[in-house]
Design a protein around this ligand. Sequence first.
Ligand code: GSH
Length: 203
Amino acid sequence: MKLYDGGKAPNPRRVRIFLAEKGIGVPLVPVDMGALEHKGDTVTSRNPLQRLPILELDDGTILTESVAICRYFEELHPKPPLMGEGALGRALVEMWQRRMELNLMFPVAQAFRHIHPAMKEWEVPQIAEWGEANKPKALAFLELLDGELASREFVAGDDYSIADITGLIAIDFMKPARIPLPEQLANVRRWYAAVKARPSAEA
Ligand SMILES: N[C@@H](CCC(=O)N[C@@H](CS)C(=O)NCC(=O)O)C(=O)O
């Protein structure tokens, strides 16, 4: 199998971090997104949405959507569990994973894509006002998350999970999106420092 990778872009990074936590090595095919290589034939023939990452299995099956790719590896290599254990554990991780994606990753991405000049060819039409409108949404959710993290170590409970990985990539993405992480969010900062310090964060 091979993983078509997008370097610094958050979704490809999410899968690399997940694999690193599991100790799984998958050959990477680098795609230079800065040079818009993801718009070329190699990616388009595998994912008409022209998005990364893409996992190609040995029989030619294509999997896209980073969480679906993670799910595939979770089923094949259940330890350490990163998508919860048992009915309730799995549901809680899914709940928080979706919350992190829809309420944090999404608005941060919208701010970056609709405001940053480098995204002009990626986000058409680019609407700066929509980008700006998303910044307070991300910050409001972080405040909610700060309250949640007052009473537990990780986003979905006592164990590190894919919800933490989505949170990490989203907060790192706030830098190019030019959304400063507020000083007063002490619990978010404590949690972020811990997940950022894990070796997988370098993946
Ligand atoms: N929902 C998809 C999103 C994939 C996605 O948007 N990837 C970005 C990189 S982080 C991309 O390929 N963007 C290319 C573009 O917008 O043209 C996933 O979770 O994998």
